[in-house]
Write a protein that binds this ligand. Structure first.
Ligand SMILES: Cc1cc2nc3c(=O)[nH]c(=O)nc-3n(C[C@H](O)[C@H](O)[C@H](O)COP(=O)(O)O)c2cc1C
Length: 151
């Protein structure tokens, strides 16, 4: 078992529409860096929002999250979960990626676009459980039928 494993899950709003090409380019760099740092996780991009889970040795996760926070491609970062974990949830992916379709999103109970989130801490709580459900749904989906953008 790995010791000192830590996980952070956050949601953020994209500051502008991001093209598929640009995202795939970013993912390539992200995956190289995550492999180097021993970080695994999953990134979802939907309705102009990002939802990301990052996990790995605590120091590496904390350093990376502070770099990601400063990235001008997104803002309104809301941490939904942060804490020590016993096992990785996304051990197969240096950064899994998916763009859930509206149809897939509609299947997740309680889903509302991030931009409707507001500042109410209760709505962050609600969003947090929805975000985690989404990440789990896409982890299962990726386990069933891996695609080229999952890696
Ligand atoms: C939504 C989002 C998720 C990101 N996720 C990661 C990630 O998992 N790993 C990573 O190294 N960079 C990630 N980045 C990119 C970082 O912000 C940063 O550009 C990258 O780590 C390069 O940093 P450096 O030039 O300081 O090495 C992400 C950026 C955005 C907008």
């Amino acid at each position: 078992m790995e010791s000192d494993l830590y996980q952070v899950i956050y949601a953020s709003a994209a500051t502008r529409p991001i093209e598929e090409d640009e995202l795939l380019g970013m993912l390539k760099l992200v995956r190289e860096k995550n492999r180097r740092l021993g970080i695994t996780g999953m990134l979802l991009h939907c309705d102009g929002s990002f939802i990301q889970a990052l996990e790995g040795p605590k120091a590496q996760v904390m350093d990376l999250i502070s770099v990601i926070r400063k990235d001008i491609r997104h803002n309104r970062i809301a941490v939904l979960f942060e804490g020590p974990i016993k096992n990785r949830s996304f051990s197969q992916w240096s950064m899994g990626f998916n763009r859930p379709s509206e149809k897939e999103l509609a299947k997740i109970e309680g889903y509302t676009p991030y931009l409707g989130l507001g500042e109410d801490p209760k709505s962050i709580q609600n969003y947090s459980s929805v975000a985690i459900k989404l990440l789990e749904a896409f982890r299962e989906l990726s386990e069933q039928k891996p695609s080229s953008i999952d890696a």
